[in-house]
Design a protein around this ligand. Structure first.
Ligand code: GUN
Length: 293
């Protein structure tokens, strides 16, 4: 068997077109949706992600405001920047690119963002609303996963989803999204993590296996049930002297071996990554629509 490859690029482009259409409606009513992106320091991966987000905004008719600061910025100064963006009614979304330098408390920074402008869905108010099943801004990477599966033609209701990873950015929110009653959810969910003994006992039971570990090619063929849908959230740089830039990107799943037995698999790059950016566009126009009313 050869798995079909989940085309995150094509589906992300569909979602970006929908966001662009909502942006046009807002613009016709006199509101240009605007996203502020805050980048601290010069981490090349963060700079690259922020670049993709700014580019996607331009394509969708969303105004982007890039705020950059040196790695030495104090927590208080960063929170002042956020407070100004909270007060600015022409700004609808605020995103602080993570990770932040060690001297800054990430949680305090996230809590400073107004929940209605929290397009990353990381604020505890949005995290709580997600758990309670209340309409909210949901984190972009997790929210993109059911979209990627359903728009590829896979029904996820009633399936057993096994997640590897319990981060606040991916593992916990995807658990809470998939367990909801309703369309494009309704899964039985198991969340495994670094404290899970005999991991493959669980992963082999997965109809949907979601890998969000942060370890290159961690999930191998022997850990996967034949016919599973495999979603790879990892983006890892591995040294590769044959590439001009000296590295290549691989996921948390050993694509070559797992694609021989899975029903479908998301590639890296071109799978979950572009979906994250598309869902950010969707959240930004949703925040602008709500704030405009
Ligand atoms: N760093 C890694 N992923 C993300 C994300 O989705 N949002 C932000 N703000 N930072 C990140």
């Amino acid at each position: 068997m050869k798995a079909s490859v989940l085309d995150g690029l094509a589906i992300a482009s569909e979602i970006r077109a929908e966001a662009a259409s909502t942006a046009l409606t807002l613009i016709a009513k006199g509101t240009t949706p605007a996203l502020a992106v805050v980048l601290i320091g010069d981490n090349p991966a963060s700079a690259s992600y922020v670049g993709s987000k700014v580019k996607a905004c331009a394509e969708c008719g969303i105004k982007s405001i890039k705020k950059e600061a040196d790695i030495s910025i104090s927590e208080a100064k960063l929170i002042n920047i956020i407070n100004d963006l909270n007060k600015d009614s022409s700004v609808h979304g605020i995103l602080v690119q993570l990770p932040l330098p060690d001297h800054i408390d990430e949680n305090r920074v996230i809590e400073a963002i107004h929940p209605d402008k929290d397009v990353d869905g990381f604020h505890p108010v949005n995290a709580g609303r997600l758990v309670a099943g209340i309409d909210c801004l949901a984190p972009c990477t997790p929210a993109g996963i059911p979209e990627l599966l359903s728009r590829s033609g896979y029904e996820i209701s009633g399936k057993h989803a096994v997640i590897i990873g319990r981060s606040n950015i991916v593992g916990k929110p995807i658990m809470n999204l998939l367990i909801q009653k309703g369309k494009n959810a309704n899964c039985t969910v198991t969340c495994c993590h670094s404290g899970t003994p005999n991991l493959s006992t669980y992963t082999k039971q997965a109809d949907i296996l979601i890998a969000a570990i942060g370890v290159a090619e961690f999930v191998t063929r022997d850990m996967v049930k034949p016919g599973a849908l495999v979603v790879d959230v990892g983006i890892n740089r591995v040294n590769d002297d044959s590439r001009e830039r000296g590295y290549r990107l691989v996921g948390d799943v050993d694509f070559d071996s797992v694609s021989k037995i899975a029903e479908a698999i998301s590639p890296v790059p071109g799978g979950v990554g572009p979906m994250t950016v598309a869902m950010l566009m969707k959240n930004t126009v949703a925040a602008a629509t709500k704030l405009d009313n």
